[in-house]
Design a protein around this ligand. Structure first.
Ligand code: ASP
Length: 348
């Protein structure tokens, strides 16, 4: 009897750890925004800088995932790196509103328990994604906006900055170009000098956003998205990024999704959640659901953009219907298997 009990004790003791470490696989996918990203308009040096920046974010998340860390920590870490990088439209490098301000949106979601947090229209939080995480974990709310969100972040000990921290000359220039174009458009169209219009069109810079989705070794999914929104936005406009279900969603039973593109259309399509629902209730694979929504429904409605997603089995997708999307992934599919890593900017 005693021997049997000892055996039973041993048996149960040995079962537990393997039940917790569900898999020896992790996946991290990131994006740095979709839009007019054409090889012909980017110098080799710029391309290299983008690729190195994406890689830096991948490595920040991977450092967490490969040691058995949580998906939610990995997506926050990857997005913070992208927020701190002026190349991307999030955190430092955010685009300007019509009033010449930077108003940032961010959201994070934990697929393990469907907890979520978001901030919208904030101007003094260095890393909005960490403020979103604090909303998720330290408040009874899901979304805080403007001054209230900033007050909360400050109380939570999150790093605050002067609004001027977010200024970058290239984003200011983009605002000026768009303002010029708008004033031209409001004058007689047929008098516009063609050369100037082409320049404005070429320099048109509407989008950008950063995001990360991850599957950790415990089978948990998480998603995070952070953005400055769209250049020249007005009237306290809020995009899809901080709206749970539109630009950001994660659910362990289906997938984790982070979107980028013309936010109004992503909100109307409830993009991220629709993909998960197509999988859960429509029997679609992640690839089928994402392709249908991004490549068919989104352009059919008049919008454009892209997204990144990973499902509970580690399948990942990065569809977009714009010219390009800054993107990358890092994954390891078995304990001592090869680590696969890739970054890309253009369509092919
Ligand atoms: N989706 C973002 C927004 O509409 C912008 C972007 O992803 O580029 O605010």
């Amino acid at each position: 009897m005693r021997a049997f009990l000892v055996f039973l004790f041993f048996f149960i003791g040995n079962l537990k750890p393997s039940a917790v470490a569900a898999q020896d696989r992790y996946v991290l996918v990131i994006h740095g925004g979709a839009g007019t990203i054409l090889k012909s308009k980017i110098t080799p040096e710029q391309e290299k800088r983008y690729q190195e920046s994406l890689e830096q974010a991948l490595l920040a998340g991977q450092a967490i995932l490969q040691t058995g860390g949580k998906a939610i920590d990995a997506v926050e870490a990857a997005v913070r790196v992208l927020e701190d990088n002026p190349l991307f439209n999030a955190g430092k490098g955010a685009v300007f509103t019509n009033q010449g301000k930077n108003e940032l949106d961010a959201a994070i979601m934990n697929g393990q328990n469907l907890s979520a947090g978001a901030v919208a229209g904030v101007s003094t939080i260095r890393n909005p994604i960490s403020a979103a995480r604090a909303v998720m974990e330290k408040s009874e709310h899901v979304m805080l906006s403007g001054i209230g969100a900033e007050q909360f972040a400050k109380e939570m000990g999150i790093e605050m900055v002067d609004p001027s921290y977010f200024y970058t000359p290239q984003r200011w220039h983009s605002l000026e170009i768009i303002r010029q174009r708008d004033s031209l458009e409001s004058t007689k169209k047929n008098q516009q000098p063609v050369a100037l219009m082409e320049t404005l069109e070429r320099k048109k810079e509407k989008y950008g956003t950063v995001g990360a989705v991850a599957l950790d070794m415990h089978g948990n999914l998480a998603a995070a998205t952070s953005t400055g929104g769209m250049t020249n936005k007005k009237w306290g406009r809020i995009g899809d990024a901080p709206i749970i279900g539109a630009g950001t969603y994660a659910n362990n039973t289906t997938a984790a999704v982070s979107c980028t593109g013309w936010g109004e259309y992503f909100i109307r399509l409830v993009m991220a959640k629709s993909i998960c629902d197509q999988m859960e209730y429509g029997g679609k694979t992640l690839e089928e659901a994402a392709n249908q929504l991004v490549m068919q429904k989104l352009p059919a409605l008049g919008g454009d953009g892209g997204l990144i997603a990973v499902d509970k089995d580690g399948n990942m997708v990065m569809p977009f219907c714009t010219e390009g999307m800054y993107r990358g992934y890092i994954r390891q599919d078995s304990l001592n298997g090869p680590i696969k890593k890739e970054t890309a900017l253009y369509k092919n």
